[in-house]
Design a binder for this molecule. Structure first.
Ligand code: ADP
Ligand code: MG
Ligand code: MG
Length: 932
């Protein structure tokens, strides 16, 4: 078949004049790009079209690294495949055939040739790497005939038949769908192999002779026929088309979809497919395969880091089937000492050329090194700050890249707890240390032991902390890994699936703890003579690899000890120093201001340590719950006359004044946006009979009266009820008291020589007149207090934009408002007509169905809510050119939303103190043009 197609030579289609000059997008309609010694059509900049793997294979080819030749089918073809109801776009088959020709020419081999067959791998490769999420097929081109040729050509029949059986297994699984049918079933091919090994009385795959491999192949082919009713295809071109279809198909498998949700990769990107001539790491003891990082991705240390397996194929390392050797040992292995020298050079070259730590795959065929993949290495947050710090200083990485390549969300890992020193020591001395595995994901995790992903999810859902223990993990375990505090495996190395995923998700992970035996059927974990059962407490230290029986208390991270508890000095913490380096760098690029949502002087202090330049939101109502203030508050609410209400408010005034005084002092001259009372009053009163009776007694009222008043406060839809500025308009004396407290505090602090910058914020404004009403009151009280105290206070009055009418009439509102702060929590609720607190019953399903891309309460709905914000910004500025603009919803700490706010031209974002490092970095990325 291949010979009749492909008349138009591929060389013509991908003529050199096109290749070099092409823009990043490539020539429109061009479906395939070649990479090889004589012709290389793509390069590292073309990730969106060629996928990360394809673009970097081309780039490595371009800089002269030894890459087996091949070609890349673009992501656009995948997109078209889905557009056309899962059919190849027209002309693809012909194009593929012609590129196969080109590859045959370069390699001097032929597809389906009985004595000299071209064998290829078919590899998926999306724009961002999705490790292990989609399927790869190796040794394609083998059949009953070519396997004989391979046996003869290599003089190694065992190798040939082993390759063939691997191919049948992968193809049968991935393309023909012969897989295990539920979680507790074994892989059917593995099962067939186990049976045969048992019959033959051998233990390792490597003990299977040529003859037994042939028998295994027979059984595999039979299994496929039995399960699918179809024969395994013998025509290599048919094999290739089947494989292409299934790689495209794998873009939409559950694993891949789940992964994209987690990492917010759009479904629309599609995957590219790489067809690459095979090299063999499994031809004998002078062959090997490996995975390496140019630096340690867990700690960031500047050491060559990785592992290799002798006489094995690539998948074996990642699958964790055999435990590989550290790459450093290659240097002392006479067989591979030369290869190691080459690898060291590659390591240097990669970092220099790609400007970041590289995670690469290599294979050694008869001592010759081949590069199969490279990408920016995924790393822990700890490794990120260290590597960025080191490589920028070594001038290997640009400062821009150091910022751009960060995952801001992951920074919160640096705040995650470590073990409490005393409890940790007690566990060690108490003989609770079971074993030590590989430190694959730093941090401390303690929780209930579980063995399956589903159990991990179930318990985590019920609010329990769990540690997921598996012999090895596979992509099906992803849900459970997300749910768990930590992950423990008994098999596999530092590039095993568990380690890879843990690193990326920032999970605590101990991998390859070989001293442990896990028995799924019995639900036990055995180690050092002890037996733990499902549900027992277990603790793991992902920074050292230690596994402990029982729970261990956790303690503050180093960063918190330096910044918050101040129990550690900055000069004693390297982590802190790397973190500070990155933050300083971020501040160099950041244009957005950074504020915090804080209600107490202590929170303000923490926020400033994290880089806050002011308060974006103080929720005054939080202050009413402390101590016996709530009594005065309740008295005020239940009052039936203004007089009684004023008396109760007078009791609250000193409390509020003290609160604001503390906040102004902690701010030391930074601005503070203070919101007047917002929640509906019923939130402050007791609803149970007993509590109501107690309150009645305290206030000298009858219990009935209290009950009646509480009942009167009941609202059908409190979120849209008597709250926000509606309260201040109904009960001006409440606003008066709050404003007085603010200004009295401001005057006092200012008098003591500390600057104050109050910004009074009126909530829930939809009509200009609402705002006018309250602003007039603010000015009146402010004037009075200034007169009384003799202190002139500079202040602003503005509003929260949090209901659509406010946004739509922002031009009118800006006549009065000196600033807007987007209250995107309520703005999202009211724009979407969706109550946040009631959304749990349907929103997860919406996310699953792809109706919403992300939870709109966590990540701003930029197309909907964002439009209201844009309108408000435009209209507000039209009326008042210099109007101050900020956001104080929880979205202020979400990287996507921060980038949106930057592009909207807001002055600042505000978020909770602990999200500040994330927002700080995201804001810098926004300045550097980050898009999502
Ligand atoms: P993943 O997306 O999971 O990284 P890959 O496409 O990289 O999948 O392929 C899986 C494994 O197969 C890798 O370990 C790689 O080294 C190996 N492999 C892929 N292509 C070839 C090839 N042409 N020759 C030899 N090994 C290959
Ligand atoms: Mg790979
Ligand atoms: Mg609100």
């Amino acid at each position: 078949m291949a010979t009749t197609l492909g008349k138009k030579s591929a060389a013509k289609n991908s003529s050199k004049k096109g290749a070099g000059k092409e823009s990043k997008g490539g020539k429109p309609g061009r479906m395939i790009y070649y990479f090889g010694a004589k012709q290389c059509d793509g390069d590292g900049t073309m990730k969106s079209l060629l996928g990360g793997k394809g673009a970097n294979l081309a780039q490595m080819t371009k800089i002269g690294l030894p890459v087996p030749p091949g070609f890349t089918i673009t992501t656009q073809v995948c997109i078209d495949y889905y557009k056309h109801g899962k059919k190849f776009p027209e002309g693809l088959e012909g194009k593929v055939a012609s590129f196969v020709k080109l590859l045959e020419k370069e390699t001097g081999k032929k597809f389906g040739d009985g004595s000299n067959a071209l064998l290829v791998s078919v590899r998926s490769g999306a724009r961002d790497s999705m490790p292990g999420m989609m399927d790869t097929i190796l040794n394609l081109g083998l059949n009953d005939d070519t396997v004989k040729g391979l046996a003869a050509a290599t003089g190694n029949p065992r190798f040939a038949y082993d390759s063939y059986r691997r191919f049948i297994q992968m193809y049968g699984d991935v393309v023909m769908g012969v897989q295990k049918r539920h979680e507790n079933e074994n892989d059917p091919f593995e099962e067939v192999m186990e049976v045969l090994k048992h019959e033959l009385g051998v233990h390792n795959d490597t003990d299977l002779t040529e003859e037994s491999l042939r028998e295994l192949i027979k059984r595999y082919l039979h299994l496929i026929k039995q399960r699918t009713g179809k024969n395994f295809p013998q025509d290599p071109f048919v094999q290739l088309l089947g494989a292409l279809g299934s790689v495209f198909g794998s873009w939409m498998n559950d694993r891949a979809i789940l992964y994209r949700r987690k990492y917010k990769i759009p479904d629309e990107w599609g995957t590219a497919v790489n067809v690459q001539s095979m090299v063999f790491g499994n031809m004998g003891d002078d062959c090997a395969t490996g995975v390496a990082f140019t630096r340690d991705p867990a700690t960031g240390e500047d050491v060559f880091y990785g592992e290799y397996l002798v006489n094995a194929q690539g998948e074996d390392v990642v699958a964790g089937v055999r435990t590989p050797k550290p790459v450093a040992e290659m240097a002392d292995d006479p067989m591979f000492a030369g290869t190691y020298k080459q690898l060291e050079k590659v390591r240097e070259r990669l970092e220099k050329k790609f400007g970041d730590v590289q995670d690469f795959e290599f294979t050694v065929e008869k001592k010759k090194l081949y590069m199969l993949q490279t990408r920016h290495g995924k790393r822990t947050a700890l490794a990120y700050v260290k590597i960025a710090h080191d490589m920028v200083k070594q001038k290997l990485m640009t400062p821009e890249h150091a910022i751009q390549s960060a995952d801001p969300d992951a920074l919160s890992q640096l705040l995650a707890p470590i073990f409490d020193q005393a409890d940790y020591a007690a566990a060690k001395n108490g003989g609770r240390l079971l074993t030590t595995g590989l430190a694959a994901g730093p941090g401390a995790a303690t929780g209930q032991l579980v063995f399956t992903a589903s159990k991990a999810e179930e318990l985590a859902h019920a609010g329990k902390k769990v540690v997921l223990a598996r012999v090895e993990t596979s992509p099906e375990d992803l849900r459970g890994m997300i749910a768990a505090e930590g992950i423990l495996t008994s098999r596999g190395g530092v590039s095993s699936h568990a380690a890879l995923v843990a690193r990326q998700m920032g999970k605590v992970c101990v991998a390859g703890a070989g001293g442990i035996q896990i028995d799924y059927a019995k639900g036990t974990l055995n180690c050092a003579g002890q037996t733990l059962r499902e549900g027992d407490a277990i603790s793991i230290n992902g920074s050292t690899g230690e596994v402990f029986a029982g729970g261990i208390k956790t303690a503050d991270s180093e960063l918190l000890q330096v910044l918050i508890a101040e129990t550690m000095k900055p000069e004693d913490s390297l982590v802190y120093q790397y973190y500070a380096f990155i933050m300083k760098l971020a501040d160099k690029y950041r244009k957005l201001g950074l504020r915090t949502n804080a209600d107490t002087p202590e929170q303000v202090k923490h926020a400033i340590a994290f880089g806050a330049e002011g308060i974006g939101l103080t929720r005054t109502e939080h202050m009413f719950f402390e101590g016996d203030r709530i009594d005065a508050m309740r008295e005020m609410i239940l009052a039936e006359s203004e007089e009684v209400r004023r008396a109760a408010l007078a009791k609250l005034l000193p409390y509020q004044r003290d609160d604001f005084e503390g906040i102004f002092r902690a701010l030391a001259g930074r601005p503070a946006t203070i919101r007047l009372l917002d929640p509906p009053l019923h939130e402050f009163v007791p609803h149970e009979a007993k509590a109501q009776a107690d309150l009645a007694k305290k206030l000298g009222l009858s219990p009935e009266k209290v009950a009646v008043r509480v009942a009167a406060l009941h609202e059908f839809n409190p979120m849209l009820g008597h709250r926000g500025c509606r309260l201040g308009i109904s009960y001006p004396e409440i606003s008066e008291m709050q404003v007085r407290a603010i200004f009295e505090a401001a005057a006092k602090v200012q008098k003591s020589g500390i600057k104050v910058k109050p910004e009074i914020m009126i909530p829930l404004v939809g009509f200009k007149k609402e705002l006018d009403n309250q602003v007039e009151l603010v000015h009146a009280v402010a004037a009075k207090v200034q007169k009384e105290t003799g202190e002139k206070i500079r202040y602003l009055v503005g509003t929260m934009i949090e209901i659509p009418r406010g946004a739509l009439t922002a031009d009118e509102i800006a006549e009065t408002a000196e600033f807007f702060s987007f209250g995107t929590n309520d703005l999202t609720q009211t724009c979407l007509g969706m109550s946040r607190d009631d959304s749990a019953s349907f929103l997860p399903h919406y996310t699953e169905l792809g109706i919403v891309k992300a939870n709109p309460f966590a990540s701003l709905d930029t197309t909907g809510v964002g439009q209201l914000m844009q309108i408000a910004v435009d209209k507000g500025r039209k009326t008042r050119a210099g109007i101050k603009l900020g956001i104080c919803g929880e979205h202020g700490g979400d990287p996507h939303s921060v980038v949106f706010c930057h592009n909207l031209g807001l002055d600042y974002v505000s978020c909770s103190p602990f999200r500040l490092p994330v927002a700080r970095l995201a804001a810098a990325q926004a300045s550097l043009g980050k898009t999502y």
